[in-house]
Design a protein around this ligand. Structure first.
Ligand code: FAD
Length: 389
C-alpha cells in the first residue's frame, strides 16, 4: 500500500457516487457565499414561523451532508455506510438551547439510549454528551466561579445535575461503552472539569471509560493536562482525553474584552498548534495511563499522531488511540486514516431538523469562503471531480 497521504481524494471520496459528489459540490459552493450564510439564520427563522415547507429541502441538502438522521434508528444507514470503510460512528444528539428540567431529563434518557445503541453495535465505539444539555448555563457559570456561593435551591439543583451525569456514566461503565464529555466555554468549564474528574475517579479504575475534553486554544490547558495526569496517577485511575483545539474562540475573546479579564485564548494560531501537538506527544508518552482521541481536522496534527504511534511501537488499531472528525467534513483525513487501519470515528449529529439548525448554521459559517478563496472542503471536492472527469 502507498504511504499515508491526505492528498489522496480517490480514497477520501470512495464512498460517494459521482452524483453524490456533485451534490456536495453544489452545497459547499452555496455555503461559500458569505452573504447567503449571514442572512440564512434570519431567513430560516421566518420560513419556520410562516410554516413554509422548507424542512424537506434542508433535509435533502445541508442536513444530509452533516447529520445522520432525525433519530437514532434513522442513523442506521449512515452508520453502516461508514462501517463499510471501517469508520466508526459517535452518535451526537445535537439538540441545543433547551433549558427546563424536563428537557434535561429527556437529554439524559436520549444519551443513555445512544450508550445502549453503542453497546449493541460494534460500529459505535463511543458515546458523547454536552453538560450544557443537562444543566442551566447560569448554574454552571455560578458553580465555576469560585467567588460565588450557591444558595440552597441551587445546591439542590446542582446535585440533580450531578445525579443525571452519574446515571449516564454509570450506564456507560456497566455496558463498557466509552463516553466523551465535550468541552465548552471557559466560564462553565471548571464545573464540567470537576464533574468529569469525579466520574473518571469513579469509573476509570480498570480502563478509560469517561473522557474529558481539552481545548488547546486555551493557554492554560497544557499545564492542566500535566496536572490531570498527576491526579490520575495519584488516584490510580485511567485518564480518558479527547484533545481538540476549541470551538468558541471569538466568543471567549469578546467576553474577556468586555468584562476586562485576560483572554484564556492563546496569543496566536501557532501557539495553539504547538500546544495541541505537545498534548498529543504527552499523551503518547504516557499511554500506559492515558487513552486519547484526537478530535481534529488538522492534517499536520493527524499525521504527527501517526508518527508518534510508530515511534512508540503503538499498533495502528490500539484501542487507546482514536482519530475523530465531524460527519461530512475532512473525508480526506478520515478515509485515508481508516484505509491505513487506524481507528477512526465520525461525530454523527442527529435530531429533528428544526432542532439541529443551530449546528447546521455553524457548519455553514465554517465553510464560507475567506476573501474569495476556495474553502478546503470545496477544494478537495473539485480536485476529486477533476480526477474522475
Ligand atoms: C470529533 C471532534 C470533536 C470535537 N469536540 C469539541 C469539543 O468538545 N469542544 C470544543 O470546543 N470543540 C470541539 N471540536 C471542535 C474543535 O475544537 C475545533 O473547533 C475544530 O475541530 C477546528 O480545529 P482543528 O483542530 O480541526 O484544526 P484547524 O482548522 O487547524 O484549527 C482551527 C482552530 O484553531 C484555533 N485557532 C484558530 N485561530 C487561532 C488563533 N489566532 N489563536 C489561537 N487559536 C486559534 C481555533 O480553535 C480554531 O477552531 C471538536 C471537533 C471534532 C472534529
Amino acid at each position: 500500500m502507498k504511504p499515508l497521504s491526505f492528498e489522496n481524494t480517490e480514497i477520501a471520496f470512495q464512498s460517494k457516487s459521482t452524483k453524490q459528489l456533485n451534490k456536495s459540490y453544489w452545497l459547499f459552493k452555496l455555503v461559500s457565499n458569505n452573504t447567503l450564510v449571514k442572512v440564512s439564520p434570519f431567513l430560516l427563522k421566518i420560513a419556520f414561523a410562516l410554516r413554509l415547507p422548507i424542512k424537506g429541502l434542508i433535509k435533502q441538502t445541508i442536513f444530509e451532508q452533516f447529520c445522520g438522521g432525525e433519530s437514532i434508528d434513522k442513523c442506521d444507514k449512515r452508520i453502516q455506510s461508514l462501517a463499510n470503510y471501517n469508520i466508526g460512528t459517535i452518535l451526537d444528539y445535537s439538540v441545543e438551547g433547551k433549558s427546563s428540567e424536563d428537557d434535561f431529563n429527556r437529554v439524559t434518557q436520549e444519551t443513555i439510549r445512544t450508550i445502549l445503541k453503542a453497546k449493541a453495535d460494534d460500529n459505535i465505539p463511543f458515546a458523547v454528551f454536552k453538560t450544557s444539555g443537562l444543566a442551566r448555563l447560569e448554574l454552571l457559570e455560578k458553580v465555576s466561579n469560585s467567588k460565588v456561593e450557591l444558595n440552597e435551591e441551587e445546591k439542590e439543583e446542582f446535585k440533580r445535575v450531578k445525579e443525571l451525569i452519574n446515571s449516564i456514566c454509570a450506564t456507560a461503565c456497566k455496558n463498557n461503552v466509552r463516553l466523551f464529555i465535550d468541552a465548552e466555554e471557559s466560564w462553565i468549564q471548571d464545573a464540567i472539569d470537576d464533574i468529569v474528574v469525579s466520574m473518571m475517579r469513579k469509573y476509570n479504575s480498570e480502563r478509560a471509560i469517561v473522557f474529558n475534553t481539552l481545548q488547546m486554544y486555551r493557554w492554560d490547558r497544557f499545564a492542566y493536562l500535566k496536572q490531570s495526569y498527576a491526579d490520575a496517577e495519584n488516584g490510580n485511575y485511567f485518564l480518558g482525553l479527547k484533545i481538540v483545539r476549541g470551538a468558541y474562540m471569538e466568543k471567549e475573546r469578546e467576553r474577556a474584552e468586555k468584562m476586562g479579564y485576560p483572554s484564556p485564548i492563546q496569543k496566536d494560531k501557532a501557539s495553539c498548534d504547538n500546544d495541541y501537538n505537545l498534548a498529543l506527544r504527552f499523551c503518547i508518552n504516557h499511554i500506559d495511563k492515558i487513552a486519547l482521541c484526537a478530535g481534529t481536522h488538522n492534517e499536520q496534527s493527524s499525521m504527527l499522531l501517526t508518527q508518534l504511534m510508530a515511534e512508540n511501537n503503538i499498533l495502528k488499531n490500539d484501542q487507546r488511540v482514536y482519530f475523530s472528525q465531524l460527519l461530512g467534513m475532512s473525508e480526506h483525513i478520515s478515509f485515508n486514516l481508516s484505509k491505513h487501519e487506524y481507528n477512526v470515528a465520525k461525530y454523527m449529529p442527529y435530531g429533528p431538523v428544526k432542532d439541529v439548525l443551530p449546528y447546521l448554521i455553524r457548519r455553514a459559517e465554517e465553510n464560507t469562503s475567506i476573501a474569495g478563496q476556495t474553502g478546503r472542503e470545496l477544494g478537495l471536492i473539485i480536485k476529486e471531480k477533476k480526477r474522475r472527469a
